[in-house]
Design a protein around this ligand. Sequence first.
Ligand SMILES: Nc1ncnc2c1ncn2[C@@H]1O[C@H](COP(=O)(O)OP(=O)(O)O)[C@@H](O)[C@H]1O
Ligand SMILES: [Mg+2]
Length: 287
Amino acid sequence: MDDLSTTAPAPSETPAAAGRVPTIRVENVYKTYDLGEIQVRALRGISLDIYPGEFVAIMGASGSGKSTLMNILGCLDRPTKGRYLLDGKDVSGLTKRELAKIRSQRIGFVFQQFNLLSRTSALENVELPTIYAGVPMQERTRRAKEALDRVGLADRAGHFPSQLSGGQQQRVAIARGLVNNPSLLLADEPTGNLDSRTSVEIMGILQKLNDEHGLTVVIVTHEHDIAQYAKRAIEFRDGRIRNDVLIQNRLIAEEVLPTLPAPDEGLIDALGNGASAPPNGSATQKK
Ligand SMILES: Nc1ncnc2c1ncn2[C@@H]1O[C@H](COP(=O)(O)OP(=O)(O)O)[C@@H](O)[C@H]1O
Ligand SMILES: [Mg+2]
């Protein structure tokens, strides 16, 4: 049977990629979860290059292996078979401790659930990874403030997560992911818990980091609309790459946002005259 990942259009073969070291190189990676009785073959021969400055959306049905791949890319887990090279260095054989070090220096993570510490201010949440990375005390706060500034939240440094909206909490989580100046930002369903306008705002922040700072960004999303903000979309199916394409007519969050209802208007519509929501039971099924 043909391996689809080798037949898909490969942006890695474009002239722009010639001679450059990929940030991510995945070579024929397999991941099997051994549950005793059964074995789950989550990844079945993935090969993939992602170059500096790319913005990739990984798509595919639930259970298709997206998070498994992200965990490997983020050095949280290792392949069962195959190689993973990060910035040209093979990390597939490293120990957990070595992986943890690489992770804290080069990779930022953002999760669907934000994963902020609730009794801890935004600033302290953002500072946390600098502690693990051994950044001197006086430098930590400066870096954390700078990271909060990059996501437009400098004025919320003292707020606790419960005092912030979902979108603001996710921005704090992005700042936390940026604080050690990684070259790679990984985000697994970063907009999965957010309404559509807030999702576009988050994509806007990721676009800005990608454009202005050259940060390589890889997100997982199951929403087609959200993938349109990336530059490249990779579709998974049953642990394999089914499709790998450059995004045509990419959406730019800065252009889309003014066309969306402002948050307060949306709220008034939803709560007030009901114009934006059909009454219960009136949904018509189109065939
Ligand atoms: N830690 C684990 N142990 C056992 N099976 C797992 C584990 N993580 C994921 N799986 C299984 O591997 C497959 C791929 O899962 P996952 O990578 O989470 O998919 P996705 O993120 O695309 O929804 C699924 O069948 C899932 O049940
Ligand atoms: Mg997942």
